[in-house]
Design a binder for this molecule. Structure first.
Ligand SMILES: Cc1ncc(C[n+]2csc(CCOP(=O)(O)OP(=O)(O)O)c2C)c(N)n1
Ligand code: SF4
Length: 470
């Protein structure tokens, strides 16, 4: 029976250009739409749409998340294979589909695809080769044919000036690791059916944990080729297919990947991260207001901002909570602005980015100036009053002033000021406590000789807060 219907893996309507839309943003005759349908059908037939994670490229495929009712991540230009590597390593059961154009994959992202293929990541990569930069209006791509006229090659691509068109499938086929590499075409109905098969195989391989699977699809871009959809398919058959041989390059079984990476089996590390201590998790898990606490620790480089962020995050993990740490540096090696974003949560964390912190721990005036306005109403700002000689302007947040640098000097090391700030945070918020700080601190410091003095700094913070409660 032939069914003509939208795959269930698609949303009912596409909201890209307002509610209720039934059509995609692609131009008439564009290859992207055809390939979306083939992927959608595969996901529906395999019943894995809920496990799929799309890696959206920069290019015309950028809006993939408007169409598939699956998870998707908008990747930096060309970086989808790197993003996919990370996702696979923490969510091995997800089905990660990297969807990329020839500019994205073969140009700016050439390095990422080469290394992901060479590592044999268990990913499915769908590579749309339309021999042009579609989204930006038709500039030359790495795959543009010799003699092909584009915006940036108005007299046609010239080998001596622009180099030869890149045959990406052949390039990846020089490597040992990939298990499946096939080039298909949308130039004919038969080609579309073969593309369908190749996409299914590449997804099935990932399901079976076989390894890196790559499908290069020769696709039309009628708009930038300046042709009608029918002429574009003809041109594709007569030109693209002549240079880019349509064939299967390899289909090997691949050694089934265990899905476990060495660090996932390192008992010492598991112990450290407390992943194995389920019991401990249940007994010590804290209830956090709204289930999540977002902290921004900000100051200058060299003040221990990053280390204290890692320390906080590790304490939270030790307590059986989820936590992320995200550093942000200014361009200078030393003394530039620096801030760390830490998220602590009862459940899995959606994003490590902290735009609106619940707590701001601020070591310097520029940091206070930058982040004060972003603190959530009802939140907390802890101010190092030794270095910040102004008051917080907000009246809808709690503020605690602590002369952290002064206290650190008394302890005997100025650099412990950030640990003192964290000690104060522990006292006020109670999400982590002094005991856990003292337990984790020795593991967080790279130099053992500073452990003792930092432990003293935690005591100093506790003492100070006892005498000056909020
Ligand atoms: C860092 C960066 N460099 C360049 C661009 C401009 N840019 C946007 S899409 C694109 C290439 C798109 O071509 P392709 O990957 O072939 O996809 P298509 O649009 O043809 O599907 C480029 C160069 C950008 N957005 N970001
Ligand atoms: S510009 Fe080309 S690749 Fe982009 S949507 Fe239009 S036809 Fe498709």
């Amino acid at each position: 029976m032939i069914k003509h219907q939208k795959p269930e893996a698609f949303y009912d309507t596409f909201e890209r250009k307002g509610p209720g839309q039934k059509t995609t943003h692609y131009c008439p005759g564009c290859g992207h739409g055809t390939v979306h349908k083939l992927i959608g059908e595969a996901l529906s037939d395999f019943d894995i749409a809920d496990k799929a994670v799309f890696l959206a490229p920069v290019g015309c495929g950028v809006f993939i998340y408007y169409y598939f009712n699956s998870a998707s991540i908008q990747c930096a230009h060309g970086r989808a294979p790197a993003t996919g590597t990370a996702i696979k390593r923490v969510h091995d059961d997800s089905i990660v589909i990297s969807y990329q154009g020839d500019g994205d994959l073969g140009g700016i992202g050439a390095s990422e695809i080469v290394h992901a293929a060479n590592r044999g990541e268990n990913l499915t990569v769908i590579f749309i080769n339309n021999a042009i930069y579609g989204m930006t209006g038709g500039q030359m791509a790495p795959t543009t044919l010799l003699g092909q006229k584009t915006k940036t090659t108005p007299f046609g691509r010239d080998k001596d000036i622009d180099g030869m068109p890149l045959r990406i499938s052949e390039l990846l086929n020089t490597m040992e690791a990939p298990v499946f590499i096939e080039r298909t075409t949308l130039g004919t109905p038969k080609g579309v059916m073969n593309t369908r098969k190749a996409i299914r195989k590449a997804i099935q391989n990932q399901k079976d944990k076989k390894g890196f699977s790559f499908v290069e699809i020769l696709a039309p871009c009628p708009i930038n080729w300046k042709m009608t959809p029918v002429d574009a398919r003809k041109w594709l058959r007569e030109n693209l297919e002549k240079f880019y041989e349509v064939k299967n390059f390899r289909d090997k079984d691949g050694e089934k990947q265990s899905g476990k990476y060495p660090w996932m089996e390192n008992a010492e590390l598991l112990e450290l991260l407390d992943i194995v201590k389920e019991k401990d998790k249940q007994t010590t898990r804290k209830t956090i207001k709204n289930g999540e606490e977002k902290v921004k620790i900000a100051g200058f480089g060299g003040q221990g901002i990053m280390s204290v962020g890692v320390l906080l995050s590790n304490c939270a993990i030790k307590k059986g909570m989820e936590s992320t740490w995200l550093p942000s540096y200014g361009p200078e090696m030393r003394g530039g602005t620096a801030n760390a974003s830490v998220v602590i949560a009862e459940e899995q964390i959606g994003t490590p980015v902290v735009d609106y912190p619940d707590t701001l721990i601020t070591m310097t005036i520029p940091a206070l100036n930058t982040f004060e306005k972003n603190v959530n109403p009802g939140g907390l700002i802890i101010v190092n009053s030794s270095l910040i000689n102004r008051k917080v302007q907000r009246d809808d947040v709690n503020v605690y002033y602590v002369p952290a640098t002064e206290l650190a000097n008394k302890v005997g090391l100025t650099a412990t000021a950030a640990v003192i700030m964290l000690g104060i945070y522990a006292q006020i918020k109670g999400i982590i406590d002094t005991d856990i700080l003292k337990l984790i601190l020795p593991q967080s410091l790279s130099k053992a000789k500073y452990v003792e003095i930092n432990l003293k700094a935690i005591d100093a913070a506790e003492e100070y807060y006892k005498n000056n409660p909020l």
